[in-house]
Design a protein. Sequence first.
Length: 100
Amino acid sequence: MEEITNFLKKIGCDERIIKNVIMSNEQVLSRSIPDLEKLVAKLREIGLTDIVDLLDANPYILNLDAYEIDDYIKKKEESGESFDEIVEALESEPALFMEI
């Protein structure tokens, strides 16, 4: 739990958000730090700017792997959505991550 707490602090989460993430999503405790780092890097790479707010709104995002984000974007683009529309939707509606 200490590693996860330190990771969340490192990306900017305060104590309230850390508590929310862990209490809401105990599965995060079984995730490896390198996998979480790759996930956060992917979220930043696609242009999501406020990772902390996204995690506060949907702690289950931390259960995803970076490749799942790529697969989701590819699928949405194949159905006609633009990359910018996809990213904007994910940022404004964190519940959409549950579709991934």
